[in-house]
Design a protein around this ligand. Structure first.
Ligand code: ARG
Length: 467
């Protein structure tokens, strides 16, 4: 086999009796999952060791057989880890591959391992363990990304930049505040990860094919041994659902969408036209023909990975839709989507963490842009309300005239003369110039969650205590 998967024994031989012949080649090809579920080998072995240990503890198999099984499984683990294990496609999946090898290694005792379980609860267990570990990895990686943003936010709590709505200059904000917006987003992503772990923290093993078993198993014992909070409570549900995988894909999609927005901002900010940031050489590429170029390829690829991840969510939702209870083979199609999304998400978070830590913030460019586009117009209107007692709508109107006048004169609001402003409204005094600078504008936004440096520092402290 091109992929190193051999074609020796077939799984039909494993269940013997009823099957007189092996499967058609096409049957084998459509049926086999070993090409991708071999990724679950460590979880499969861990689950089998816990199961065998419990069976012996309950007197369902002998201690002697249990010892042989555990020893054989340990051997298989090191064979796989060292690349010596020969995976066979004719044995369909990781479960049958390991069981067949166990039989070769330890003989008839291997046949006792499958007492009181089925591949249905076995695969549900292996996959749950895998997704749980992946979620724990995501939690750590998101913590790293949040930490990178907290550092940049602290460094730039006073750095003024234009804030945008509709990608049009709206009001001055601080770069620290903008960074903290991402901290909030990735913080929520991380709590979705934590909730998902909590939701899925139940052990499937012992549900057997769908109905449970008549053997006196102890599902609490296996749950404990495998690090689950408790066993699942309904054997039919246990082998039927893959909502833990869907939850992973859903939270991965939301997180990927957040990452894509950051990626897009990095792409925009790093253009010569904006020039708000300079990407490090480590996270950009050159052009083969245009020597002046520095391309934000990593950011673009993070933006694009979102497509794969969102696609995986839709794919698995569609696989699961309308499936009758309990297990159906359709569910074998759950793994590739999750594996691919996990790899993409990890890569995207890692690349973003690197970019955020490495990028140079061009404070001069940000400040210059912050003051252009009449970004302090709202401050003028607010001043008229506060100091001259105008209703906000009238203040808005007067300010509109001031902006139009500045536009005709080709200057900024702060560059209009006092006479010009008084011609628009006689109540205006020279104190108004105190609010027309971008620094004064951001410093005044002290409402809870606002952009004032003092407020941003409070939010940073709040997050530092929780990260
Ligand atoms: N490879 C299968 C899967 O991933 C394992 C479970 C097979 N169960 C069965 N009843 N055929 O879903």
């Amino acid at each position: 086999m091109a992929d190193g998967i051999s074609e020796t024994k077939s799984s039909n031989q494993m269940w013997g009796g009823r099957f007189a012949s092996g499967p058609d080649a096409i049957m084998e090809e459509i049926n086999a999952s070993i090409g991708f579920d071999k990724k679950l080998f460590a979880q499969d072995i861990r689950g089998s060791i816990a199961h065998a240990t419990m069976l012996a503890h309950q007197g369902i198999i002998s201690n002697d057989d249990k010892d042989k099984i555990v020893h054989g499984l340990d051997t298989i683990l090191s064979e796989i880890e060292s690349g010596q294990f020969e995976f066979s496609r004719r044995l369909e999946d990781i479960h049958m591959n390991i069981e067949a090898r166990l039989a070769t290694l330890i003989g008839p005792a291997a046949g006792r391992l499958h007492t009181a379980r089925s591949r249905n609860d076995q695969v549900a267990l292996d996959f749950r363990l895998w997704v749980k570990e992946e979620l724990q990895k995501c939690e750590t990686m998101l913590t790293g990304l949040i930490a990178a943003f907290l550092d940049r936010a602290e460094e730039h709590a006073d750095t003024v930049m234009p804030g945008f709505t509709h990608l049009q200059t709206a009001q001055p904000v601080t770069f620290g505040h903008h960074c903290m917006a991402y901290v909030e987003m990735f913080g929520r992503d991380r709590s979705r990860v934590r909730h998902a772990i909590e939701h899925m923290d139940e052990s499937p093993i012992g549900a057997a094919a769908l109905a449970g078993t008549g053997f006196p198993i102890d599902r609490h014992m296996t749950a404990r041994a495998l690090g689950f909070r408790e066993p699942t409570r309904n054997s039919i549900d246990t082998v039927s659902d893959r909502d833990f995988a869907l939850e992973f894909l859903a939270l991965a999609s939301i997180c990927a969408v957040h990452l894509s927005r950051l990626a897009e901002e990095i792409v925009i900010w790093s253009t010569p036209q904006f020039g708000f940031i300079r990407l490090s050489d480590a996270f950009s590429t050159g052009s083969s023909i245009m020597p002046q170029k520095k391309n934000p390829d990593a950011a673009e690829l993070v933006r694009a990975k979102t497509g794969r991840i969102n696609g995986s969510l839709i794919a698995l939702l569609t696989v699961m839709k309308g499936l009758p209870l309990a297990y159906s083979k359709d569910m074998q199609e759950d793994k590739e989507q999750v594996f691919d999304s996990a790899e993409s998400l990890e890569l995207a978070i890692a690349a973003m963490t690197g970019m955020v830590r490495d990028m140079t913030i061009r404070t001069d460019r940000m400040k210059a842009a912050a003051g252009s586009g009449y970004s302090t117009a709202t401050d003028l209107a607010d001043w008229l309300v506060r100091e001259a007692g105008l209703p906000f709508r009238d203040a808005h109107h007067v300010t509109g005239h001031a902006v139009a006048l500045a536009e005709t004169k080709g200057c900024e609001l702060a560059e209009l003369s006092l006479e010009d402003l008084q011609a628009l409204n006689p109540a205006i005094t020279d104190k108004v110039f105190g609010v027309l600078t971008v620094e004064a504008s951001v410093a005044s936004r002290t409402s809870f969650g606002g952009t004032a440096p003092s407020e941003v520092r409070k939010q940073i402290a709040w997050w530092r205590a929780r990260n």
